[in-house]
Design a protein around this ligand. Structure first.
Ligand code: C6P
Length: 419
């Protein structure tokens, strides 16, 4: 056992009552393989508080109806709840207008929407799109597909050995050929918090719009799209205590107005005839068909829940967890941390000498500890660090220092099994 393992966990400051918060999450009472669940796979998806679970049940039990279509009571009720959720999301990220909030099925769908709509209209042969080495496949593949279709070129911002973007190299890549910069706010594989405000300033000095992949940031820090001045911001509901299959693409009004619809169908039209179809106003122009109504309502409730705790408190508490985990897990002989940026959030990726990450994940699972093992849908950054995969513990505000101690003990056990 390392010196760090099993030591008394100092209480966390700032009036953060984690034991009270844990009671809101029924799944945290589960036993896995006879052991209390230690859920450290929050970057993949977060757990859901009872309030969100109740909202989904209530929707189907008491409110179920299609929206934007009916004059009857239930349709109007469901429409109001769904549109209220849009306004909650608007305030959550400080967008200027609720029509800048496009409901999507998640981050992946939001990024693809920009690639298919903005990309097809504004990106041509000879143009360039800039992404970074640490992107999730969702912020790589749509741009590769666009480049294949248009003859544009994908350019990649390099990173240093700590997993930080090389900003000077990025600045040198900017030119009139670049039609979009798309970068993660927080890396899911490394935990790096990127200096997105600086990136946006630099890109805007060349009149280049910027898309931020906020999948890992929206759950962990206060996002203010107007302060960032980003042009697009995509995130998923399921990572911030909301349901799966729902997410948001924020876009500045003037870009969304200029973008053609990608899907045609119900709700996105103003009028249809065989001679000519005219499109609905924002946000509906970009939301064809019956949406994920209960998902939108559930996401609104998840945001109410997070607001009731406070994103600033969540960020401060999770930073303490990350610092503790970095110290505790990093001290275990044979463990190498992958991603040691100065600015990090909530993610601890690591390898253990001579043990494949899948074996780490499997042995930890026997202890009731859920971590992710693999390439984390970010193969290029794995290659950059010369590893095929890592084990990744990712923390949420309902995790505790005791759970990090359990992880450390699980890692020690894994090392013993393989020694
Ligand atoms: N990362 C992880 O375990 P979706 O699947 O659309 O909700 O989110 C995609 C996505 C995009 N960008 C980043 C930075 C992400 O982390 C993710 C999802 C999960 O790391 C599942 S692969």
């Amino acid at each position: 056992m390392s010196a760090a393992v099993g030591r008394e966990a100092a209480p966390i400051e700032n009036n953060f009552d984690v034991e009270r918060i844990r009671k809101d999450f029924p799944i945290l009472n589960e036993k896995i393989h006879g052991r209390p669940l230690v859920y450290l796979d929050n970057a993949a998806t977060s757990q859901k508080p009872q309030m969100v679970i109740d909202a989904l049940t209530r929707y189907y039990a008491e409110q179920n109806s299609n929206i934007h279509r009916g004059v009857h009571y239930l349709s109007q009720l469901a429409t109001r709840e769904y549109e209220d959720a849009r306004v909650k999301i608007q305030h959550f990220i400080n967008a200027a207008d609720s029509h800048e909030i496009i409901f999507t099925s998640g981050t992946t769908a939001g990024i693809n929407l920009v690639a298919l709509s903005y990309g097809r209209k504004f990106v041509h042969a000879g143009d360039e799109i800039i992404i970074s080495t640490m992107e999730h496949h969702s912020n790589i593949v749509p741009w590769q597909m666009l480049c294949e279709q248009t003859g544009a070129t994908l350019r990649i911002i390099p990173i240093n050995d700590a997993g930080e973007l090389l900003i000077d190299e990025f600045a040198a890549m900017l030119s009139s050929k670049v039609k979009l910069v798309a970068v993660a706010h927080i890396s899911n594989a490394l935990g790096t918090i990127n200096p997105v405000k600086r990136i946006i300033e630099l890109a805007h000095s060349h009149d280049i719009p910027v898309l931020i992949d906020g999948a890992q940031a929206a759950p962990h820090l206060k996002v203010d799209v107007r302060d960032l001045d980003c042009d697009f911001y995509a995130f998923s509901g399921h990572k911030l205590c909301g349901p799966t299959g729902i997410g948001t693409l924020y876009g500045k009004s003037h870009w969304l107005e200029a973008m053609p619809p990608v899907f045609g169908g119900g709700d996105m039209i103003a009028s249809v005839s065989f001679e000519k179809t005219t499109y609905n106003s924002l946000p509906y122009k970009l939301e064809a068909g019956t949406p994920n109504i209960e998902g939108g309502i559930g996401l609104g409730v998840a945001i109410d829940y997070l607001n009731s705790i406070g994103l600033d408190k969540i960020a401060a508490y999770e930073q303490e967890l990350l610092d503790y985990a970095t110290e505790t897990i990093g001290a275990i002989p044979g463990v190498t941390l992958i991603g040691t940026a100065r600015e990090k959030a909530s993610v601890l990726s690591f390898t253990i000498d001579g043990i494949h990450p899948h074996d780490i994940g499997t042995i930890l699972d026997q202890e009731g500890i859920a971590v992710r093992a693999g390439h984390h849908c970010a193969q290029p950054v794995m290659k950059r660090f010369g590893v095929p995969a890592t084990a990744r513990a990712s923390f949420a505000f309902y995790n505790t220092k005791e759970e990090i101690d359990a992880l450390a003990e699980g890692i020690q056990k894994t090392i013993e099994v393989f020694s």
